[in-house]
Design a protein around this ligand. Structure first.
Ligand SMILES: *Cc1c(COP(=O)(O)O)cnc(C)c1O
Length: 360
């Protein structure tokens, strides 16, 4: 059985070249006589892996020196708590609610302080990004929080909100490294890597230095304090070493493709094939307002739940896997992350055409 086209939202497809390289190095990493899974995180070999991974990420995203890069655990969901614990000096924060992940983050933050939901698109089942050009940003807000790409609903902020000078915190789990980014516009950028970068178990936090302090909320565990990990260069305790190693390989793969400009071009080209088809289809339709469409996650429906289920089943039989929409929204969703080849999207569209002919 060969490899399928995997449209999973996460954990998700990884570049085949990276998987092959990892396979080659599985038993003996570069003459060490052991797998990266088996080596000390304090070894020379691993030190080089994590140092290079950080440097490659810095190169790719053009991360300024006054930002730290942390490789942590606990997934994106742990950041929902870590952010308020470390940043809520006034115990006040503003959240923009564009989907389940932002909603969950806001709810978690409520454990630590006052949360203002200053914009939301829940009225239209999160099918658009609210206008964020003149938000009622709270005077005492410690930060403004967004989920930049909404994995479940398939929307993306094409323009960052005007935070009126407040620190911007962004969950970029599902759009990490999908296009160039101006890091200086954010206080914190973070994401679980299992969507667009690597295996589950690593979360990357890019945080401006002045936000890393000892002045955290009382009772914040050592392990949930950014300063702990920043001071120890992500080696305070055993890090998710193998995951970091794979992330490092993906960074090198992206560099070899031409960096984030090239990624953006590729991703736009892939997404266009699918959106163009959806826009003229008589059976399928996209569920997102065109101007807010994500390049990464593309939800669509036929409008008939039975037909949706039939589509997902037959697509799987044709080697197009994990097209079922999120359990909270139904329908279909094609996640077409960096590592999804153009040919995969074309194969999906060809299959959709055929399905439309047979079922219309
Ligand atoms: C998947 C996802 C999460 C949750 O990630 P975990 O690592 O499972 O905690 C949070 N935010 C976004 C945008 C996601 O796509």
């Amino acid at each position: 059985m060969g490899r399928v086209y995997n449209f999973s939202a996460g954990p998700a497809v990884l570049p085949e070249e990276v998987l092959r390289e990892a396979a080659d190095e599985m038993l003996d990493y570069r003459g060490t006589g052991m797998s990266v899974m088996e080596m000390s995180h304090r070894s020379k070999a691993f030190e080089q892996i994590i140092t290079e991974a950080e440097q490659d990420l810095r190169d790719l995203m053009n991360i300024p020196d006054n930002y730290k890069v942390l490789f942590l655990q606990g997934g994106a969901s742990q950041q929902f708590a870590m952010i308020p614990m470390n940043l809520m000096k006034n115990r006040s924060a503003d959240y923009i609610i564009t989907g389940q992940w932002a909603k969950k983050a806001a709810k978690e933050a409520e454990k630590y302080g006052e949360v203002h939901r200053i914009a939301s698109s829940e009225d239209e089942t999160f099918s658009y990004i609210p206008d964020c050009s003149d938000l009622p940003v709270s005077e005492d807000a410690d930060y403004v929080y967004i989920c930049e790409n909404n994995t479940i609903y398939g929307t993306k902020f094409k323009e960052l909100p005007d935070t009126k000078g407040k620190t911007l915190v962004a969950d970029v789990s599902s759009c990490f490294l999908s296009e160039p980014v101006d890091v200086t516009k954010y206080g914190v950028i973070y994401g679980g890597v299992q969507k667009n970068i690597g295996p589950a178990g690593v979360v990357i936090v890019i945080i401006r230095e002045d936000l890393i302090t000892e002045d955290v909320l009382p009772g914040t565990p050592t392990m949930l304090t950014y300063k702990t990990h920043s001071d120890a260069k992500s080696l305070y305790n055993t890090p998710p070493a193998y995951g970091i190693y794979i992330c490092g390989k993906v960074f090198k793969w992206i560099k070899a493709q031409g960096g984030l400009e090239a990624m953006k071009e590729r991703n736009e080209k892939k997404a266009k094939v699918l959106y163009d088809f959806l826009d003229q289809s008589k059976l399928f339709r996209g569920t997102v307002v065109p101007k807010d469409r994500s390049l990464m996650n593309v939800p669509f429906v036929t409008g008939n739940a039975d037909l949706d289920a039939k589509f997902v089943k037959e697509a799987k039989e044709a080697g197009l896997e994990n097209l079922k929409g999120h359990r909270t929204v139904g329908g279909m969703r094609a996640s077409i992350y960096n590592a999804m080849p153009y040919e995969g999207v074309v194969a999906l569209v060809e299959f959709m055409k055929k399905f439309e002919e047979e079922n219309l």
